[in-house]
Design a protein around this ligand. Structure first.
Ligand code: ZN
Length: 219
């Protein structure tokens, strides 16, 4: 809301005063600041993108602005898996070719996207929208764990794959969830971890090696 209002006023100033007006500079500065605050975009890229937008056709830039607005106004969480979607239930949950008995639990929508790119997993997902982090005050109530437990209780799920990130907090989150689901008689698994394919033992760090040793398979 606030951002929309802030953008509207300088925009009007731009139209009235034309290019090169004194009002243009703060807008451009602010745009660069906002772009630079995005992940993976440094000050140089922010400057380049800002000037690209300045030179781009008006329709294109307004379409981008409209899309940004739509991200916040039209997207909501899927009633089943909590993934961002424009409908009540997302296309993945409605896909009848998927195995309803498999539930893969991930931290963020981007983790689901990564698994989907792999192209071999045909089960459903559950998006936690974060991980437990006592230090940052993120407890179970801030994630979608209640909803996950409800789904697991529903009767259709036979295996829950815990695919949180292999970090201290990700592991802690999986451990917590495994504890909640433990008595339901479901198979609970987690992603194998260890040495990435194509790498050399000598260069693997000791945690990777330890994980690879723990998760060893029968030859
Ligand atoms: Zn869904």
């Amino acid at each position: 809301m606030m951002t929309g209002q802030k953008q509207r006023h300088p925009g009007q100033g731009w139209d009235q005063d034309g290019r090169g007006s004194s009002q243009a500079k703060p807008v451009l500065d602010r745009l660069q600041e906002m772009l630079g605050a995005l992940p993976g975009i440094g000050p140089k890229s922010a400057e380049r993108i800002a000037h690209h937008l300045l030179a781009a056709p008006r329709d294109e830039v307004l379409e981008l602005a409209e899309t940004l607005r739509a991200v916040k106004e039209k997207l909501r969480r899927c009633a089943r898996c909590c993934a961002p979607t424009e409908a009540e239930v997302c296309p993945t949950c409605l896909d009848t070719r998927r195995d309803l008995g498999l539930l893969c639990v991930v931290e963020q929508p981007r983790d689901q996207a990564a698994l989907e790119r792999m192209g071999t997993y045909r089960g459903l997902y559950h998006i936690l929208h974060g991980r437990l982090s006592p230090l940052e005050g993120i407890g179970p109530e801030k994630l979608t764990i209640d909803r996950l437990v409800e789904r697991a209780r529903g009767g259709e799920v036979r295996e829950v794959i815990l695919a949180t990130n292999p970090t201290l907090e990700g592991d802690g989150t999986s451990l917590y969830i495994a504890g909640l689901l433990g008595h339901m008689g479901l198979k609970i698994t987690r992603l194998a971890r260890g040495i990435p394919a194509g790498s050399i033992l000598e260069f693997a760090n000791s945690q990777m090696l330890a994980d690879a040793m723990d998760g060893r398979n029968t030859f």
